[in-house]
Design a protein around this ligand. Structure first.
Ligand code: FE2
Length: 312
């Protein structure tokens, strides 16, 4: 895994002269499990907004890991109770951030831009070192991302991070890529291979019960066999002490005002320390990947010999 540094990215020039071949090359590097790194913030973020973010705090309940912004609903969650004015300002700021970073990403990665689904953005004001989180929520343990409440159905999790801390770097550790992990670990006793969904009396009955539960308002999530496996892999890695200590590691210090882009369902990662980061997530559909054969979904499907995205 490598860090690919992009110096002096000229957004205006790139927007007026789109270079598809360069965009494809960036996508290829990301899908191989490399990180695209920008030493300076490559999209618009005013000093005034950055200073305001540094004054913000998060609700201390432990329920919300970050302050999240949902672009499609224009809604903020996880915020400490503040005045209506302040809450409105933060919402407007996150709305602007989300739009600017999306415009930047669309110019950088044209092969994905027409089809991706804009997911949540987040602001992470808490110091990561020593955060008192439940084991499965801890950021300092190596893992690949899988969303428990928002399964992707085979779509890929692409994330953009920006360190807005005035002086301190954000420290990451990375390890192997997901395709390598799946080849080695899937099918072992602690991590059984997923079973493709098949129509049977039992599966139809379960489907009917789950659908009735959802209609009644129960928080039951529909997951494909792929999504269920990725969530198990996320838990397996965090719970596996031997893996955490013995796997190969690379440490990265992302300096203040730098930005990095990574498929977090591909690159095993952990955050050791750092405070004040912005992040936007995109779900990239499988159909627009430039190296689909390397995706976790295809690697798993090759091992199982069947489609894993069909759902009950
Ligand atoms: Fe993560």
């Amino acid at each position: 895994m490598a860090l690919i540094t992009i110096q002096d990215f000229d957004f205006t020039r790139a927007a007026s002269q789109p270079a598809l071949h360069l965009g494809q090359w960036y996508c290829r590097q990301l899908e191989r499990g490399h990180i695209l790194f920008f030493p300076h913030i490559p999209f618009e973020l005013s000093e005034e907004d950055r200073a305001f973010l540094l004054t913000q705090q998060q609700a201390g309940t432990g329920y919300h890991k970050n302050i999240a912004y949902r672009p499609h609903q224009d809604r903020i969650t996880g915020l400490v109770k503040r005045s209506r004015e302040e809450e409105e300002r933060l919402r407007a700021l996150m709305r602007t951030y989300s739009r600017h970073v999306t415009r930047f990403m669309a110019v950088l990665l044209p092969p994905y831009a027409s089809r991706w689904r804009l997911d949540y953005a987040s602001f992470r004001p808490q110091e990561e070192r020593g955060r008192p989180l439940r084991l499965r929520s801890r950021n300092d343990l190596l893992h690949v991302d899988a969303f428990p409440t928002r399964p992707t159905g085979g779509g890929r999790i692409l994330r953009v991070f920006t360190n807005i801390h005035p002086t301190r770097p954000r420290l990451w550790v990375t390890s192997e890529t997901c395709d390598v992990l799946i080849e080695r670990l899937a099918g072992t006793p602690g991590l059984p291979l997923p079973s493709p969904w098949r129509r049977s009396v039992w599966s139809c009955l379960r489907h009917g019960l789950a659908a009735a539960g959802r209609r009644a308002g129960l928080p039951l999530v529909r997951r494909s066999p792929y999504d269920a496996f990725m969530l198990r892999l996320h838990h397996y890695l965090k719970e596996h002490e031997e893996y955490q200590t013995s796997c190969p590691k690379q440490v990265w210090a992302f300096p203040p005002r730098s930005t990095w882009i990574v498929f977090t369902d591909m690159v095993t990662h952990a955050v050791l320390s750092g405070q004040f980061a912005l992040e936007q997530t995109f779900i990239v559909p499988h159909e627009v990947l430039v190296l689909p054969e390397k995706s976790p979904l295809r690697v798993l499907e090759r091992l199982v010999g069947a489609s894993l995205t069909a759902m009950e």
